[in-house]
Design a binder for this molecule. Structure first.
Ligand code: GFB
Length: 314
């Protein structure tokens, strides 16, 4: 095992987000101490606050799940936020981690780091081989900088820091705001609300033809804990489910799970984004992890939690 977690102090930075929350839940079944700190405890955009908190808490290991994230429209309309906030957060965490001699760190990126027209399925070595997708290049550049900073610390200081690139994610704790969310939570909410109001139509952005690969956040968390224990390489590692659907097919599956049929209307004023981004996760499967649940099962689980939480809070 490259890095046993037993007895380690593991800080999950960003535990209030969907991914960080899933990682924190998954770590409960490891024999480690989990450190969590909300924004009121440490503001990750404040370099001295991050330094002080880290010096006081001395983690052995950090999972960097803290980031400004959002769907295609949020990315496209707030480029400064997606580029600058992410650079600041990750730079603060990595610099303080080095100062405090943190042995092990896992940085999380996104499949949007790859060129818009990368060969499919996308291998790790496709990074920086072509132009990015314009709707999310700001976020992608920040994430590429994070990968490179981990590699730089590894090269210059011998740090055992790694990066993982998850595919499109969904699951409990997702953002359901229709302006800023990703497609899966948006469509879950739109079908649910159409069912409640009896509306005969549901509007989708773009053409419905782009392909996306989806992974449930609890499966991602399981894969990340696996990676944390087993992987120690300079190059980042892809984490995907291996199966993709068109946005239209996704809508049809969501309609079945919600139990409501409606006419699909396509809003062509909204962008499609990348036509396809299926990752090659064979590096991960060769290490021994390939355990993603089928999308229909994942959506059912997500809708159950949506009904229990989001519905009650609105
Ligand atoms: O999930 P999504 O926002 O992000 O959109 P990306 C995926 C596809 O679904 C696009 C379409 O083709 C959207 O046009 N879509 C259809 C919708 N209806 C809707 C809707 O109601 N809401 C949303 N949001 N989309 C993001 C990046 O790209 O993926 C981020 O912007 C990040 O940087 C993330 O990498 C994983 O897959 O296009």
């Amino acid at each position: 095992m490259a890095y046993p977690l037993e007895g380690k102090k593991v800080w999950v930075a960003g535990h209030r987000g969907m991914v960080g929350g899933a990682v924190a839940r998954r770590l409960e079944s490891e024999n480690c101490e989990i450190l969590l700190a909300g924004r009121e405890v440490v503001d990750l955009s404040d370099q001295s606050a991050v330094r002080e908190w880290m010096a006081a808490n001395r983690p052995d290991c950090i999972v960097v799940a803290a980031a400004k994230v959002g769907g295609i429209h949020a990315n496209n309309s707030a480029p400064v936020d997606f580029l600058q906030s992410n650079l600041i957060i990750q730079n603060n965490i990595l610099a303080a981690a080095h100062e405090n001699d943190v042995q092990r760190l896992l940085f999380l990126g996104s499949s949007c780091i790859y060129p818009k027209f990368a060969d499919q399925p996308i291998r790790e070595d496709s990074l920086l081989t072509g132009p990015l997708e314009p709707t999310n290049e700001w976020y992608a550049i920040a994430k590429i900088a994070g990968i490179k900073l981990c590699q730089a610390y590894r090269k210059q200081y011998g740090r055992d820091w790694i990066s993982a690139m998850p595919t499109n994610l969904y699951g409990p704790g997702d953002n359901y705001d229709l302006e800023t969310s990703h497609v899966l939570p948006a469509l879950l909410r739109k079908f649910h609300e159409a069912k409640k109001s009896g509306s005969s139509q549901v509007t989708l952005w773009g053409s419905g033809s782009p392909l996306r690969e989806f992974l449930h956040c609890d499966d991602l968390a399981d894969a990340l804990v696996f990676v944390l224990k087993k992987y120690s390489e300079y190059e980042h590692i892809n984490v995907g489910s291996g199966s993709e659907v068109t946005i239209r097919e996704l809508a049809e599956t969501i309609a079945e799970v919600v139990g409501y049929e409606a006419e699909l209307v396509f809003d062509s004023s909204k962008p499609d984004g990348t036509p396809r981004k299926l990752m090659d996760s064979s590096r991960l499967s060769q290490l021994g992890w390939a355990n993603a649940r089928p999308i229909r099962i994942g959506i059912k689980d997500t809708y159950r939690v949506f009904l229990e939480t989001f519905e009650r809070s609105t």
